[in-house]
Design a protein around this ligand. Sequence first.
Ligand SMILES: Cc1ncc(COP(=O)(O)O)c(C=O)c1O
Length: 460
Amino acid sequence: MAGRGEDRRPEAEQGDINTTAARGRYWERNLSGEARTWFEEDRRVFLHQSLSTPVLNVIARAEGPWIEDLQGKRYLDMHGNGVHNAGFNHPEILQAVRRQIDEGLTFCPRRYTNIPAVRLAKKLAEIAPGGLCRSLFCPGGTDAIEMALKLARLVTGRFKTISFWDSFHGAGFGASAVGGEEHFHGGLGPLMPGAFHVEFPNYYRNPWRFTDPDDVDAECLRQIEGVLKREPEMAALIGEPVSANPVVPSRRYWEGVKELCEKYGALLIFDEIIEGFGRTGKMFACEHFVTPDILVLGKSLGGGIVPLAGIVTLERYNCCPDRSVGHYTHEKNALSAAAALAEIDVIERNDLCGHAAQLGAYTQERLREMAERHPLIGCVTGIGLHIGIDLVRDRKTKERAVREAEAVMFKCMERGLAFKTIDGNMITLRPALVITREEMDWALAILEEAIGEVEAGSTY
Ligand SMILES: Cc1ncc(COP(=O)(O)O)c(C=O)c1O
């Protein structure tokens, strides 16, 4: 059975890569005139790196669940880097940002506070579960992850961590160390010491070929306890409640992890940078499972307009007043806070959590029906509007259909549907939560057409 590490280029762990022949063909067929000029300029001035530069295309506008390229072509964007929960450029969030600018306070120097920042921290304390009530903000997700790691070290007086293979927690040194992707480790030499990794419970693909989810959970918990026993002095276990693929662990699994953390004195940190703010059908993904000691937020927190991330933790961890856990220039940025308050308001008033739960269930059902017609679909997973489709060459061997996934992706792109692949062969659908059922139906029809063509032998 195909497991971790086979038929996948390390650089494809995070997403579709920008060095393949198919990507070259996409550029040839889709970029011309002004777009080609800016594409080449971008290529000339930015540092080239995997997954970002050279870019896919040049974007001119974004609205709701849609992005539009410089040539006026619109794409229903099922990726959005996870910042677009309320949709791109939501008018009410834009209005809140403009209002804050007009009020004359955007940046707030450190050592001062401001009303939007205080209101945001109060709002998070109100909506976060299980007594999570103390916030600290910073500009990006990587920083927030590293603040969580620092807080866990300060609180416990320990430095070791457990996290998951194949996870991504950001590109900084500390965040890369707890991340589990070779792509972000390779070539760098030693990262943060004491970062141990274990398997995330994957019910479709796991190294032990277990088919019973209970066996997978038991083995994964056994491995965590094995590390905790052999490596005493563990500061924290950090993970996404649902993996990026996305695999949805059982509630029992996370309850077991929490019990182990408590037994061995480690904190539980949940990275909800992607999954927070309605994505999984609840305001926070942890509400499906257990409350962590530290909740890490980012991406959509800034309303899809400004960069903002942060942590929310328990009252008892407000215990290091003589240390700087996160000493960020934009710690209490009033403009970012205004955007975040507006984002939460939009999610709440429009019940985007309920919408994500319902439309997500409908979409998974449609995809499972599609799987009955298309052997290329090995498995459909996910929760809310966080959905993955595992494409396989053979349902028995589960060999990853990497080239096929790329072909499906580019065929969809040409028809106006954008998404990202992960692990080489997984199609991930993470649209804005404002997407309508009609838009989802349209997207699924395009996807099925592309899958059918690839199954019939068409390449890109
Ligand atoms: C789960 C997860 N954690 C952390 C990060 C890092 O966030 P940022 O890119 O804002 O540093 C990301 C970014 O993609 C992410 O998906």
